[in-house]
Design a protein around this ligand. Structure first.
Ligand SMILES: C[S@@+](CC[C@H](N)C(=O)[O-])C[C@H]1O[C@@H](n2cnc3c(N)ncnc32)[C@H](O)[C@@H]1O
Length: 398
């Protein structure tokens, strides 16, 4: 069942590869434009604000082909809600935890408690102060093992556990080391809420290697540098042969839905100015190709545009001829930005299917190792966009 879903999703993503792989920011026109002239004409005729409006408002009036892609992509990416009523934790050693994080933990804990009412020991992987593990142990009577590499967080976690009477061992380790895997025992229920990139792939390998009894994992930050970034873990995913590069993974981690107005404004100016500088550098160098630009300090955005360009040209070792006036390129940058936003709206339709692909790959990896696996969501996306959860159990354990 899981491999079938993975296969269908992989074939769909492969068929529509250009739609989510091509980035209008660096490549205009994108390669699919020639095949979709009516859609492109429609996209370019809309006000940019339409594409920036929440909840994909642009789709309501979009040409049928875009609505069809959205419907197909959503159907293939859909994950069932595994959330039960959230476990209330407020006031239980969680003082000082921001409300959003607390609520994520409450939602994550609920399906875990449903399935593992009496675990022997819970290992919290990348535990921070161990809020999740401590709460689960408090409710289930399990002992806690918390793996975390920051000594200060381990120390704070120990204090909290003592205060609320949870028997705990905090191990200050790098979870990517073999020593961390060696700390897992066959009885363990391992939990990991938002373990990033290589930290959760290390966890999956450790769980399989040690044969831990159970796992509850919400993966996160698929785009963080790690040796296996973008590479399939399961045999089922490898058989599909889907190509995923680092830029594709960035699609999953674009502007957070809850970004402030100030952050959004800066991000838009950043993109507009980069594209305007790109037009300028093409003229200056005579090379009509996008040139990747490194990050720059935020205060540069407060400079006049010509001063911004002078700094960037110096940083990049580009000589700007005196007759080229940077301000003349602002309009071109703006037009490029508008075209980019419109095409990115289409690209974004594939973010969720791409994430579902990664989640199902991890689930299939566990299934191939003999685990009984469930995949779903533990909360609404408004609480965290990384709301997928993988629950895996060794069939031999109660
Ligand atoms: C995104 S936080 C998640 C913390 C906790 N699970 C939560 O949801 O609140 C990631 C945690 O992983 C820890 N961490 C990062 N890299 C690590 C590594 N290589 N080994 C152990 N812990 C690591 C960080 O210090 C941080 O506490």
């Amino acid at each position: 069942m899981l491999p079938d879903r993975l296969w269908q999703l992989g074939r769909y993503l492969e068929t529509h590869h250009a739609l989510w792989h091509d980035r209008a920011f660096v490549q205009r026109p994108v390669s699919w434009e020639a095949a979709e002239p009516a859609l492109v004409a429609w996209l370019d005729a809309q006000p940019t604000a339409l594409f920036l409006a929440p909840d994909r408002a642009w789709l309501a009036e979009a040409p049928p082909v875009a609505r069809r892609w959205a419907a197909e992509a959503d159907a293939l990416a859909a994950l069932p809600a595994l959330s039960a009523a959230p476990t209330p934790l407020r006031g239980f050693g969680t003082l000082g935890l921001p409300g959003r994080k607390l609520s994520q933990i409450e939602h994550f804990a609920a399906p875990v408690r449903d399935r593992w009412p009496r675990p022997t020991r819970i290992t919290d992987w990348c535990a921070g102060k161990g809020h999740l593990g401590r709460a689960l142990c408090h409710h289930t009577g399990a002992a806690l093992q918390a793996l975390e590499w920051q000594e200060a967080l381990c120390a704070a976690g120990r204090v909290e556990c003592e205060r609320v009477g949870v028997a705990a061992h905090f191990a200050c380790v790098d979870v990517r080391d073999a020593a961390a895997a060696a700390l897992l025992a066959p009885d363990d229920l391992v939990v990991a809420l938002h373990a990033c990139g290589g930290l959760h792939t290390a966890l999956l390998r450790a769980v399989v290697e040690r044969g831990a009894a159970g796992l509850a994992l919400a993966p996160c930050c698929y785009n963080q540098p790690s040796p296996d970034r973008g590479r399939p873990l399961s045999r089922a995913a490898a058989a599909v042969g889907l190509r995923i590069d680092d830029n594709d993974l960035d699609l999953l981690h674009r502007q957070p839905a809850n970004a402030s107005q100030g952050t959004l404004r800066r991000s838009r100016q950043n993109q507009h100015w980069r594209l305007a500088f790109d037009a300028l550098q093409r003229q200056a160098t005579g090379v009509d190709a996008y040139r990747p630009m490194p990050p720059f300090p935020d205060p540069w955005l407060a400079l006049p545009f010509d001063a911004f360009c002078a700094r960037f040209a110096e940083l990049e070792g580009i000589e700007l001829p005196a007759h080229l006036r940077p301000d003349d390129f602002l309009a071109e940058g703006e037009a490029a930005w508008r075209a980019t936003v419109a095409r990115d709206a289409v690209r974004s339709l594939f973010a969720r299917p791409l994430e579902a692909w990664l989640v199902l790959d991890r689930a299939c990896y566990l299934e191939e190792a003999g685990y009984a696996v469930e995949v779903g969501t533990f909360c609404d996306r408004t609480l965290t966009p990384r709301n997928a959860i993988i629950l895996a159990r060794q069939p031999t354990t109660p």
